[in-house]
Design a protein around this ligand. Structure first.
Ligand SMILES: [Zn+2]
Length: 449
């Protein structure tokens, strides 16, 4: 039999390949053939050697390849507020610390520097796509584009004026300009991002629903983050926020509802029948004592659940490995069932679940022919993950993000043996240090007055 050798860009061999689709599958001694940024085929390494002639070939004998992790909820630029105000209630944290700091510091420069720090951290942790919500989304998009990172940039909307926009018209207008600019971009997408039910009134929300329909965009929003939010809305209007959003047409397959710690069984059934998505942020919920998202109940009802870190000011890292482990552990505690939110399920939430929520599951979220080559390699040969019986369990319960060795986005090698290839790590650290000097000095002065 004559084998036809095909020339391709890249061939990555690995000890294990975990494609996520089919579910809970581990391929051993396989390779991923990649050309023009896309996956051509997953096949046994020995066959790949005969079939393909790659420009570049990697042999990762101790590694697992997984789809790049999708951080389905973050505020990237807030990495510059990491550790500024901890151990506080959500409303105290927001109203007395975060919102004043934002009013003082947010600028295009702040957002660019903070986003760059966040992207570097995420890439070093195996994240290849993030769903952002913040001011100056044009800056976050520009920085992500320059880094070669995939991002869904939130077109933020909030009732009060900020340095980014003066009112609802201005927020929407500027947001749509960002959308238009990146309309045909291969890596940058946009989503409407009304902040939360308690910060966005009915009229602008109705306009978001209309525009989202016209432009075919998702809606990314914090919903039912705390009992306080739900109780206050119920007392004021007689409606729980989710009921109000339903009335306004927000609850649909476009909705990515973030947090969702307060859900009745009826609301879970409603989310399922509406095909809305839930983004679970277990560590932010724990740190702010926001409540517990009933993840296993949502999964059982057929709701798609994605995973996010939230911003670094409320977590305090952008570590999707930590988030997977927390989601698995917390999911069991909340369900009162050790078999709940199992390792394969949680890896799926962190990859394909995020991709589905973002409407990107045709392109990313699993290692399948035709999809973009967004891949993370994890070195499971290290001491911390020995011995190894079940690679997926090891990834979720024992591995840490420092074991991520290599990352590709659309076939581009963005992390090479833990070195960033498109970002200057030293200059990012130096910029963060400079911001800390400025912000820290003003913060301690404020504390004295
Ligand atoms: Zn958030």
């Amino acid at each position: 039999m004559q084998t036809i050798v095909q020339t391709i860009d890249l061939l990555i061999h690995a000890r294990w390949v975990i494609p996520v689709e089919p579910h809970d599958t581990v391929l051993e001694h396989h390779a991923i053939a990649i050309h023009e940024g896309h996956i051509l085929e997953l096949l046994p390494s020995a066959e790949a050697e005969e079939k393909y002639l790659p420009d570049i070939e990697h042999r990762l004998d101790r590694h697992a390849l997984i789809p790049g992790l999708v951080n389905a909820h973050t505020h990237a630029a807030m990495s510059l507020f990491r550790g500024l105000a901890d151990d506080l209630h959500l409303m105290d944290w927001l109203q007395n610390h975060i919102w004043p700091a934002e009013a003082k510091w947010i600028s295009p420069e702040f957002v660019a520097d903070g986003s760059r720090l966040a992207i570097a951290e995420m890439l070093r942790g195996g994240t290849t796509c993030f769903n952002d919500m913040y001011f100056f989304p044009d800056e976050t998009a520009r920085v992500a584009d320059n880094a070669g990172m995939r991002a869904v940039v939130g077109l933020i909307l909030i009732d009060f004026p900020t340095v980014w926009a003066a009112n609802a018209d201005d927020y929407l207008h500027k947001g749509i300009e960002v959308h238009d600019h990146y309309r045909h971009h291969p890596l940058i997408r946009t989503a409407f991002a009304p902040h939360a039910p308690y910060t966005v009134s009915d009229e602008p929300l109705q306009r978001v629903v209309t525009y989202a329909e016209e432009l075919d965009l998702p809606i990314h929003m914090h919903v039912h983050e705390t009992a306080h939010e739900v109780d206050e809305a119920s007392a004021q209007s007689g409606l729980r926020p989710l009921a109000r959003l339903t009335r306004l047409g927000v609850v649909s397959p476009r909705l990515m509802g973030v947090h969702m710690t307060q859900l009745s069984d009826g609301e879970i059934a409603h989310l399922a029948s509406s095909s809305a998505h839930v983004v679970h942020c277990p560590e932010s919920n724990l740190k702010l004592a926001s409540g517990f998202c009933p993840v296993q109940k949502l999964l059982d009802a057929g709701v798609n659940v994605a995973l996010g870190t939230d911003g670094a000011a409320s977590n305090n890292d952008l570590d999707m490995f930590g988030e997977m482990r927390s989601a698995a552990l917390l999911g069991k505690a909340v369900a009162g069932d050790a078999s709940a939110v199992n390792a394969a399920r949680v890896l799926r939430m962190a990859t394909l679940g995020g991709a589905r929520a973002l409407g990107l599951d045709e392109d990313i979220g699993s290692l399948e022919p035709g999809k973009a080559a967004d891949i993370a390699a994890i070195d499971l040969g290290q001491l911390e993950t020995q011995p190894l019986y079940h690679p997926i369990s090891q990834l979720v319960y024992a591995a840490g993000r420092q074991q991520v060795s290599d990352v590709w986005v659309a076939g581009q090698h963005l992390l090479k043996e833990r070195e960033l290839t498109t970002l200057n790590q030293n200059s990012i650290i130096e910029k963060a240090r400079q911001w800390a000097v400025r912000i820290g000095a003003a913060d301690s002065q404020q504390a004295r007055t």
